[in-house]
Design a protein around this ligand. Sequence first.
Ligand SMILES: [Zn+2]
Length: 135
Amino acid sequence: MLWESIREEGQEEQEHPLLKDKKLIKEEINRRLVHGIKKANLEYDSLYSHEKSSLNKDSELLSQLFHRMFFYRLNEKLSAFHCDHTYRFSRQILTQMQFNRGKINDILEIFKKNGGECDCEVLYNVESLLIGKDA
Ligand SMILES: [Zn+2]
């Protein structure tokens, strides 16, 4: 399973609590990243533009990665370490997300197709297809 959002029947997305506490935010990030389960909203979620991402052919997969905090985690890695012009961190994070090797290679192909030929380009060129106001 790629993604699961836990909610009561009839409950809307907005009714997830918006987390402010650092420890709870960290827990939510790990829960989404590793298990694909969403229990609460994060400020990061509001960056996502449904309108903009829907223009992309690979929107479904890329949006799942966004909501599972892939790009968020990649940004953390690249804030601490330089990009070595490989997919080192992307592979590491996708492995942590429990994708198998074949799926990871498929995802990296999709990054490449969308202008992300290494970790830093994935962040700058691919995440930017999903966030912000300008379509
Ligand atoms: Zn790079």
